[in-house]
Write a protein that binds this ligand. Structure first.
Ligand SMILES: *[C@@H]1O[C@H](CO)[C@@H](O)[C@H](O)[C@H]1NC(C)=O
Length: 215
Protein backbone atom coordinates (compact mmCIF):
# COMPACT_ATOMS: atom_id res chain seq x y z
CA UNK A 1 0.00 0.00 0.00
CA UNK A 2 2.74 2.43 1.04
CA UNK A 3 4.73 1.41 -2.03
CA UNK A 4 1.74 1.98 -4.28
CA UNK A 5 1.24 5.45 -2.77
CA UNK A 6 4.92 6.25 -3.21
CA UNK A 7 4.71 5.09 -6.81
CA UNK A 8 1.63 7.27 -7.45
CA UNK A 9 3.38 10.20 -5.81
CA UNK A 10 6.45 9.75 -8.02
CA UNK A 11 4.24 9.37 -11.08
CA UNK A 12 2.40 12.61 -10.27
CA UNK A 13 5.73 14.35 -9.66
CA UNK A 14 7.29 13.21 -12.94
CA UNK A 15 4.08 14.13 -14.79
CA UNK A 16 4.23 17.66 -13.40
CA UNK A 17 7.91 17.90 -14.43
CA UNK A 18 7.01 16.81 -17.98
CA UNK A 19 4.38 19.56 -18.10
CA UNK A 20 6.73 22.21 -16.70
CA UNK A 21 7.39 23.60 -20.20
CA UNK A 22 4.89 24.52 -22.92
CA UNK A 23 3.12 21.61 -24.61
CA UNK A 24 4.40 20.68 -28.04
CA UNK A 25 2.41 22.00 -31.02
CA UNK A 26 0.19 19.62 -33.03
CA UNK A 27 0.19 21.82 -36.15
CA UNK A 28 2.56 24.19 -38.02
CA UNK A 29 1.34 27.18 -36.06
CA UNK A 30 -1.57 28.48 -34.01
CA UNK A 31 -1.31 32.25 -34.30
CA UNK A 32 -2.99 33.83 -31.28
CA UNK A 33 -6.40 35.32 -32.01
CA UNK A 34 -6.70 38.19 -29.52
CA UNK A 35 -10.39 38.69 -30.34
CA UNK A 36 -11.58 35.24 -29.27
CA UNK A 37 -13.78 35.17 -26.18
CA UNK A 38 -12.92 31.51 -25.55
CA UNK A 39 -10.50 30.96 -22.65
CA UNK A 40 -8.07 28.06 -23.07
CA UNK A 41 -4.57 27.17 -21.83
CA UNK A 42 -2.77 29.42 -24.32
CA UNK A 43 -4.71 31.42 -26.88
CA UNK A 44 -7.24 30.27 -29.51
CA UNK A 45 -5.86 30.03 -33.08
CA UNK A 46 -6.54 32.57 -35.79
CA UNK A 47 -7.85 31.06 -39.06
CA UNK A 48 -4.62 29.78 -40.73
CA UNK A 49 -5.80 31.13 -44.10
CA UNK A 50 -5.74 34.66 -42.64
CA UNK A 51 -2.25 34.31 -41.13
CA UNK A 52 0.38 36.67 -42.54
CA UNK A 53 4.06 37.50 -42.07
CA UNK A 54 3.33 40.26 -39.56
CA UNK A 55 1.86 37.65 -37.18
CA UNK A 56 5.44 36.36 -36.76
CA UNK A 57 7.13 39.77 -36.67
CA UNK A 58 8.26 42.39 -34.17
CA UNK A 59 10.29 45.51 -34.90
CA UNK A 60 12.23 47.84 -32.63
CA UNK A 61 14.36 45.65 -30.38
CA UNK A 62 17.41 47.77 -31.30
CA UNK A 63 15.88 50.58 -29.21
CA UNK A 64 17.11 50.74 -25.62
CA UNK A 65 14.58 50.50 -22.79
CA UNK A 66 14.06 53.37 -20.35
CA UNK A 67 16.11 52.61 -17.22
CA UNK A 68 15.09 55.78 -15.32
CA UNK A 69 13.39 53.93 -12.48
CA UNK A 70 14.13 52.75 -8.93
CA UNK A 71 16.06 49.62 -10.00
CA UNK A 72 17.91 51.07 -13.01
CA UNK A 73 16.88 48.39 -15.50
CA UNK A 74 14.17 47.75 -18.06
CA UNK A 75 12.92 44.47 -19.49
CA UNK A 76 11.33 44.60 -22.97
CA UNK A 77 9.52 41.27 -23.45
CA UNK A 78 8.91 39.76 -26.88
CA UNK A 79 6.46 37.00 -26.03
CA UNK A 80 3.08 35.86 -27.38
CA UNK A 81 1.54 39.28 -26.62
CA UNK A 82 4.05 40.94 -28.97
CA UNK A 83 4.33 38.14 -31.58
CA UNK A 84 0.99 36.29 -31.80
CA UNK A 85 2.66 33.61 -33.95
CA UNK A 86 4.55 32.40 -30.87
CA UNK A 87 1.34 30.90 -29.48
CA UNK A 88 1.90 27.17 -28.65
CA UNK A 89 5.58 27.31 -29.75
CA UNK A 90 7.23 27.34 -26.31
CA UNK A 91 9.72 30.13 -26.87
CA UNK A 92 10.08 33.89 -26.38
CA UNK A 93 12.75 36.47 -25.70
CA UNK A 94 13.41 39.72 -23.91
CA UNK A 95 15.81 42.63 -24.15
CA UNK A 96 17.18 43.84 -20.82
CA UNK A 97 18.78 47.29 -20.47
CA UNK A 98 20.83 48.31 -17.45
CA UNK A 99 21.96 51.76 -16.32
CA UNK A 100 25.33 51.78 -14.49
CA UNK A 101 24.82 49.71 -11.28
CA UNK A 102 21.27 48.95 -12.41
CA UNK A 103 19.75 45.71 -11.14
CA UNK A 104 17.21 43.33 -12.63
CA UNK A 105 15.94 42.37 -9.17
CA UNK A 106 15.58 38.77 -7.90
CA UNK A 107 12.72 37.12 -9.76
CA UNK A 108 11.61 33.79 -11.16
CA UNK A 109 9.90 32.63 -14.34
CA UNK A 110 7.35 29.97 -13.34
CA UNK A 111 7.18 28.52 -16.86
CA UNK A 112 10.62 28.97 -18.44
CA UNK A 113 14.31 28.29 -18.38
CA UNK A 114 16.27 31.36 -19.52
CA UNK A 115 19.46 31.70 -21.56
CA UNK A 116 20.94 35.19 -21.28
CA UNK A 117 23.48 36.65 -23.76
CA UNK A 118 25.38 39.84 -22.92
CA UNK A 119 25.53 42.17 -25.95
CA UNK A 120 27.18 45.14 -24.23
CA UNK A 121 28.77 45.75 -20.86
CA UNK A 122 29.56 43.63 -17.82
CA UNK A 123 26.92 41.87 -15.70
CA UNK A 124 27.07 40.01 -12.41
CA UNK A 125 24.41 37.28 -12.65
CA UNK A 126 23.28 34.54 -10.30
CA UNK A 127 20.60 32.12 -9.19
CA UNK A 128 19.85 30.29 -5.95
CA UNK A 129 19.11 26.57 -5.72
CA UNK A 130 16.06 25.35 -3.81
CA UNK A 131 15.82 24.31 -0.13
CA UNK A 132 17.60 23.14 1.89
CA UNK A 133 20.86 24.20 0.21
CA UNK A 134 19.93 27.67 -1.08
CA UNK A 135 23.27 27.67 -2.88
CA UNK A 136 24.07 30.92 -4.69
CA UNK A 137 25.60 30.16 -8.10
CA UNK A 138 26.94 33.34 -9.71
CA UNK A 139 29.41 34.72 -12.22
CA UNK A 140 30.54 37.97 -13.87
CA UNK A 141 29.74 38.04 -17.59
CA UNK A 142 31.28 40.14 -20.36
CA UNK A 143 30.13 40.95 -23.87
CA UNK A 144 29.40 37.71 -25.75
CA UNK A 145 29.05 35.59 -22.60
CA UNK A 146 25.99 33.37 -22.19
CA UNK A 147 24.47 32.10 -18.93
CA UNK A 148 21.52 29.77 -18.20
CA UNK A 149 18.97 30.17 -15.39
CA UNK A 150 17.05 26.91 -14.71
CA UNK A 151 13.24 27.06 -14.73
CA UNK A 152 11.64 28.29 -11.52
CA UNK A 153 14.82 29.33 -9.69
CA UNK A 154 15.23 32.84 -8.27
CA UNK A 155 17.82 34.80 -10.29
CA UNK A 156 19.05 38.36 -10.84
CA UNK A 157 21.47 40.47 -12.86
CA UNK A 158 23.46 43.58 -11.94
CA UNK A 159 25.46 45.95 -14.13
CA UNK A 160 29.00 46.00 -12.71
CA UNK A 161 30.64 47.73 -15.68
CA UNK A 162 31.37 51.40 -16.35
CA UNK A 163 28.64 52.16 -18.90
CA UNK A 164 25.23 50.87 -19.81
CA UNK A 165 24.74 47.15 -20.33
CA UNK A 166 22.43 45.27 -22.71
CA UNK A 167 21.46 41.61 -22.73
CA UNK A 168 19.02 39.46 -24.67
CA UNK A 169 17.30 36.56 -22.95
CA UNK A 170 15.73 33.54 -24.64
CA UNK A 171 12.97 31.82 -22.62
CA UNK A 172 11.43 28.37 -23.05
CA UNK A 173 7.80 29.51 -22.97
CA UNK A 174 5.57 31.68 -25.14
CA UNK A 175 4.50 33.27 -21.85
CA UNK A 176 7.24 32.70 -19.24
CA UNK A 177 5.62 34.81 -16.51
CA UNK A 178 7.67 36.73 -13.99
CA UNK A 179 7.40 36.83 -10.22
CA UNK A 180 9.54 39.63 -8.78
CA UNK A 181 10.20 38.53 -5.22
CA UNK A 182 10.11 41.93 -3.47
CA UNK A 183 6.99 43.07 -5.35
CA UNK A 184 5.16 39.79 -4.76
CA UNK A 185 5.99 39.59 -1.07
CA UNK A 186 5.85 43.26 -0.01
CA UNK A 187 3.66 44.67 -2.77
CA UNK A 188 0.76 42.20 -2.98
CA UNK A 189 -2.78 43.62 -3.10
CA UNK A 190 -4.21 43.29 -0.55
CA UNK A 191 -1.13 43.14 1.73
CA UNK A 192 0.08 39.92 3.30
CA UNK A 193 -0.35 40.49 7.08
CA UNK A 194 2.79 42.18 8.46
CA UNK A 195 2.91 39.57 11.27
CA UNK A 196 3.39 36.90 8.62
CA UNK A 197 6.21 38.79 6.91
CA UNK A 198 7.82 39.81 10.22
CA UNK A 199 8.13 36.12 11.20
CA UNK A 200 9.08 34.94 7.71
CA UNK A 201 11.85 37.50 7.24
CA UNK A 202 12.73 37.77 10.96
CA UNK A 203 12.13 41.52 10.87
CA UNK A 204 10.53 44.05 13.17
CA UNK A 205 6.93 44.76 12.08
CA UNK A 206 7.83 48.44 11.55
CA UNK A 207 10.46 47.41 9.01
CA UNK A 208 7.86 45.25 7.24
CA UNK A 209 5.40 48.16 7.18
CA UNK A 210 8.13 50.36 5.68
CA UNK A 211 8.94 47.76 3.02
CA UNK A 212 5.24 47.35 2.21
CA UNK A 213 4.98 51.13 1.75
CA UNK A 214 7.83 51.00 -0.84
CA UNK A 215 6.12 48.46 -3.13
C1 LIG B 1 11.93 57.54 -18.94
O1 LIG B 1 11.14 57.38 -17.79
C2 LIG B 1 11.10 58.52 -16.94
C3 LIG B 1 10.38 58.11 -15.66
O2 LIG B 1 9.12 57.51 -15.93
C4 LIG B 1 10.43 59.67 -17.67
O3 LIG B 1 10.40 60.81 -16.85
C5 LIG B 1 11.22 59.95 -18.95
O4 LIG B 1 10.55 60.94 -19.70
C6 LIG B 1 11.38 58.70 -19.79
N1 LIG B 1 12.30 58.96 -20.88
C7 LIG B 1 11.98 58.68 -22.14
C8 LIG B 1 13.05 59.01 -23.15
O5 LIG B 1 10.93 58.20 -22.47
Amino acid sequence: MANALLFLGLLAFSFSVVLAVDNSALQDFCVANPNSQVLVNGVVCKDPKLVEANDFFFSGLHQSGNTSNAVGSRVTPIAVSQIPGLNTLGISLARVDFAPWGVNPPHTHPRATEVLTVLEGKLEVGFVTSNPENRHIWKVLNKGDVFAFPIGLIHYQRNVGYGNAVAVAALSSQNPGVITIANAVFGSKPDIADQVLAKAFQLDKKVVDYLQSKF
